[in-house]
Ligand binder design. Structure first.
Ligand SMILES: Cc1ncc(COP(=O)(O)O)c(C=O)c1O
Length: 430
């Protein structure tokens, strides 16, 4: 990496000349070692400057911007049971340090009860591991399943953070595009092809419902994936963070993991279930044949013990946080449905824009004419309408022109944003 002039001046980069030791009068002379070109790992070599879209958004300033990318439910006008949430954080037992590598039994029991209330496949407490977040659970799983250079495969589009999470564990993330024809489905042929051509593949990452495509896996797909994974020796990672947010007329699709033939990890956390991303608690439950499940749990327990990052106050509050989910989830589901209806109404003004089918989750995808790239469309609606959206490639959508928008903003904000977006797009197509 080239050093900048100011860095060079400050740190004498590349200067090999002898230099006096800072302690005056000491006869020793030290050689300044040239500052190595490569101090940092390649895996942290991210571009550290904001991309063009975010530079343009910053230049506009927040007052003239309608942000249709918001993902933070605590800033979208939902009412939380404040007193109950705050009281739950004051549990006296939190003053005791009880290091439990799997997480506190009482918190795991609360998570297990969540699955029982959902009528999901059972999740016994001894198959559960608590982490600080779902993202941390992914990091543990990558370290559990992969050696450097191994690969994991995700149906695309998918959650943008996977790329960075995988890279941080020296894991290659491969994408297998899903098929879209008035609804999404897995490309089984492409997945079979991956099975034959990628010997270092260790796991499939499945988001249920997908973010941002919003499709639930179907039971037939799940069964097929289980058989494929068992045959190929892959693990299945099932991320259900948006499970509780189906969009009518669709219903959430429960999947059976009790009799899974493949090693299966099911992930979730408070961030979406209770719409509390600031209360750091996620989890992973382990399923599949006992000869794989037991060592997986034992190894994960050691990985978790290295960090013990789920803290005591949050674990003691977990049962209350999970109980309060019903009220906030109902508000969020009503918001998602109202915004989706507003979107469909606004799109009537410009038939060239198509809203892709969505069954659940907090995001929706718009398909725009391919006269511009998705980056160019995102810049156009930002510049002409003051509306911030995400270009589809951010979510590994194929090279068509897609914009991803969040259904979380308050209805009036969303409506104003989407109408301005549609008007700007229609104007550009005229
Ligand atoms: C599909 C998916 N998985 C995981 C996460 C991260 O969840 P957490 O906040 O628990 O790390 C997100 C966040 O938006 C997500 O969209």
């Amino acid at each position: 990496m080239a050093a900048t002039a100011s860095h060079a001046a400050r740190f004498s980069l590349g200067k090999a000349a002898p230099s006096p030791h800072p302690c005056a009068g000491v006869a020793i002379r030290f050689q300044i070692i040239p500052y190595p070109d490569k101090v940092f790992s390649a895996r942290t070599g991210w571009p550290l400057h904001p991309n063009r879209l975010h530079q343009l958004a910053a230049a506009r300033g927040a007052r003239t911007l309608i942000d249709l990318t918001v993902a933070n439910p605590t800033q979208c006008g939902f009412e939380y049971p404040r007193a109950q949430l705050l009281a739950a954080l004051g549990h006296a037992a939190a003053l005791r340090y009880q290091p439990q590598p799997l997480g506190l039994e009482s918190a795991r029991a609360a998570v297990s009860a969540y699955y029982a209330e959902r009528n999901a496949s059972p999740v016994p407490t001894n198959r559960l591991l608590l982490t600080a977040s779902t993202s941390e659970a992914y990091a543990h799983l990558f370290r559990l399943l992969c050696d450097p250079g191994d690969a994991v495969l995700m149906p695309a589009p998918s959650y943008p953070l996977f790329e960075m999470l995988a890279t941080m564990s020296d894991v290659r993330l491969l994408a297998c595009p899903m098929l879209y024809d008035r609804g999404w489905q897995l490309d089984r042929e492409a997945l079979e092809h991956a099975a034959g051509s990628e010997p270092k593949l260790r796991a499939l990452l499945l988001v249920h419902p997908n973010n941002p495509a919003g499709c639930y896996l179907k039971p037939g797909e799940w069964q097929w994936l289980q058989e494929l994974a068992a045959r190929c020796g892959w693990a299945l990672v099932l991320d259900e963070v948006f499970f509780d947010y189906p969009l009518p007329p669709h219903a959430a699709v429960p999947l059976d993991w009790e009799s899974a033939p493949a090693l299966t990890f099911v992930l979730n956390g408070l961030s979406k279930i209770a719409a509390l991303p600031q209360m750091k608690l996620g989890w992973v439950s382990v399923h599949g044949p006992g000869n794989l499940r037991q060592p997986a749990l034992a190894r994960l327990e050691i990985l978790n013990d290295l960090f013990l990052s789920a803290d005591a106050p949050i674990q003691h509050a977990a049962a209350t946080f999970l109980q309060t989910r019903h009220g906030v989830q109902a508000q969020i589901r009503a918001r998602l449905a109202a915004n989706l209806a507003a979107l469909d109404a606004a799109l009537l003004a410009c038939p060239a824009l198509e809203r892709l089918q969505v069954e659940g989750g907090w995001n929706v995808i718009l398909r725009l004419p391919r006269v511009r790239t998705d980056d160019a469309w995102a810049e156009l609606v930002l510049e002409r309408a003051g509306v911030l959206t995400h270009p589809g490639h951010f979510y590994s959508l194929p090279l068509e022109s897609h914009l991803v928008i969040s259904l979380l903003p308050p209805l009036e904000t969303f409506q104003a944003g989407i109408e301005a977006l549609v008007a700007a797009a229609a104007g550009a197509l005229r």
